[in-house]
Design a protein around this ligand. Structure first.
Ligand SMILES: *Cc1c(COP(=O)(O)O)cnc(C)c1O
Length: 358
């Protein structure tokens, strides 16, 4: 069996929708044209609509994976005169810390312990300490914890801070609303909730965040938001974008917009609930903190996660997400975004039962 025929229960790339595969099969056209500009302006408007961004928000399209967009956002929105608070509860939070370190942007980390839930009390030591911005991966995909946006948003408003949210795995799986929570920057990437090919990342900036970025000089040629803003006025990007993925994006945004964002979120949640309910009675458990609907971290009683991952991949041609590091010995993650049905989950549950001889 070929790698591209495996069933994907992974969060990115995901099991792609048929309409996306259809779009992918076409010639990638030349892009410095009014027709492509129009497509990109439509993409911009639909992204803003689905993220509930304010009308005056700006959208930046970047040709890179999500981590590139995380780095680009940090260096365009902040500099050595800022002081950031990074919510650090897993490998993606640590990535934000590393980005600040490399670019000499002052920061402190709010570190969570193993299985610790982010609660309002966690912010007490950081009140009134003159932080200018906060960086958070709203679904810390490493652990699957969905942080409470209410707590984070309140803290930022109280302390007059910019709020930057990496919603890469959460957008289109959990509710998301930039205007309601005063979110100043949203980072998403094509291969996660949008279920497209990798290569395109999107950053949405509030008017005040865009104004700050206008006044910031990042030490980067490729990632300069000022250049992006200027080009995007006419629906273009400074450099060649992932043109094919921009077409996939247009198709997907229209699909989600026409069925309604609530329908999309409802579908993901239904698959998520179905799978989690089906796990009852099996020798596995879920972590104790609040979870995103994007993935379920399945924890085993023994160190068999790697063995189970290999069994599914090699014997059954099913791909789930392994977990790196210490957690990975006893945990795999199962995605609920992608073109998956209840029957697909039935198959996965049957494999889990067989693996445990049930
Ligand atoms: C997937 C993901 C990223 C980006 O990873 P890339 O491999 O660079 O696309 C960043 N943050 C979170 C929370 C993610 O889930």
């Amino acid at each position: 069996m070929k790698l591209e025929d495996y069933k994907l229960f992974t969060i990115g790339p995901t099991q792609m929708y048929k309409s996306t595969l259809e779009v992918r099969s076409k010639v990638v056209p030349y892009f410095r044209t009014p027709e492509f500009s129009e497509l990109m302006l439509e993409n911009e408007a639909l992204v803003k609509k689905l993220q509930f961004a304010e009308e005056d928000a700006k959208v930046v399209f970047l040709t890179c994976s999500g981590s590139g967009a995380m780095e680009a956002t940090v260096i365009n929105c902040f500099d050595k005169n800022d002081k950031l608070l990074v919510i650090s509860g897993g490998t993606f939070g640590e990535r934000f810390e590393k980005i600040c370190q490399i670019h000499h942007i002052p920061f402190e980390a709010l570190k969570l312990g193993a299985d610790e839930e982010l609660r309002a009390e966690c912010f007490k030591p950081f009140e009134g300490k003159e932080f200018t911005g906060l960086l958070v991966n709203i679904d810390e995909t490493y652990t699957g914890q969905l942080y409470d946006i209410n707590i984070i948003s309140d803290f930022c408003k109280r302390n007059d801070m910019y709020l930057v949210v990496d919603a890469i795995s959460s957008f289109l799986a959990d509710e998301y609303n930039m205007a309601k929570y005063g979110i100043d920057a949203t980072i998403v990437s094509s291969q996660k909730g949008l279920c497209l090919a990798p290569g395109l990342s999107i950053v949405t900036l509030s008017a005040r965040m865009a104004a700050k970025a206008e006044a910031t000089d990042p030490e980067s040629l490729y990632f300069d938001f000022k250049d992006c803003f200027l080009n995007m006025k006419r629906g273009q990007t400074p450099f060649t974008p992932a043109v094919g993925v921009c077409f996939e994006l247009n198709d997907m945004l229209h699909k989600i917009d026409s069925e309604g964002i609530e329908t999309r979120l409802g579908d993901v949640k239904a698959r998520c609930d179905y799978f989690r309910n089906s796990l009852k009675g099996l020798p596995v458990h879920l972590p104790p903190y609040p979870l995103s609907n994007a993935i379920t971290p399945v924890r085993f009683e023994k160190d068999i996660a790697m063995e189970f991952f290999a069994y599914l991949k090699d014997e059954k041609h099913i791909m789930v997400n392994p977990v790196g590091g210490e957690l990975g010995k006893r945990s795999i993650r199962v995605s609920h975004v992608g073109d998956l049905s209840f029957a697909d989950y039935d198959e996965l549950i049957a494999e889990i039962k067989q693996f445990f001889g049930m």
